[in-house]
Design a protein around this ligand. Sequence first.
Ligand code: X90
Length: 276
Amino acid sequence: MKMKIVADSSANLLALPDIDFGIVPLHVIVGENDYVDDDKINLTAMQEDLSSYKGKTSTSSPSPHEWENAFGDADVVFCITITSTLSGTYNSAVIAKDIYEQNHAGRKVYVLDSLSTGPEIALFIEKIAELIKAGFAPDDIYKTLLEYKDKTHLYFSLASLNNFAKNGRISPVIAAGIGLLGVRVVGKASDEGTLLPLDKCRGEKRALKKLINHLKECGYTDGKIIIAHNNNEAGALELKKLIENTFGIFNGKIQKTRALCSYYAEPGSLLIGFEA
Ligand code: X90
């Protein structure tokens, strides 16, 4: 039985060792330019374009057809999407699932709405890969995944909320002031899969301190952690050091955001997914 993991590009991953894995790209649109969030994208060019362009910019979700193509010829697909509350990506995956299962009797697609994005999705993907390699049956993998989802979190420190507000994905009142004079917002993915602001912080140091406090509140001890940063390796390394100092371990890794997360988590931002 051929099993495959397919996720959208908000996971910030391109490949997975020893596992059949596919990524479906979202798009970042800057005027006439359509940046496809795949392995061929020039992220530096996209960022320069975004910084200099004065007109409207936006993002768009993949079509059902793109999902279907990524399912390939797998008998069982585990499909993980960015939160359905902020993107049409999940809806289009569900449509693709129905078509795929109708066209190929006996095949099955499990679609999981992550209610999150980035590094928390990456944790889900790694968990599924582990379970596939350990030889578990599809239904058991899916059940375990749902239990796992209750133990993971996504927190962030965002350098600006401009693109969130401009695209109607957060209220302008909440966005006001973030980004000015180094003001950051620390917050989390809510249970409903929306952006929940928790603290306004002046300066990165304070933001990192808040993140550590949130880890403690969640009961974090030594679980897996993935940090994703947009052009802020120094901040990611500082956070890693604080985690080591506070919890005695950094059981994780640091990744760079790809296009979709880089658009909303603007340069200087950090995302952190962890198991508590
Ligand atoms: O369909 C589309 O065009 C994509 C819309 C995506 C909107 C959300 C992107 C979030 C990217 C930003 C920080 C974390 C916020 C967490 C909320 C769940 C990452």
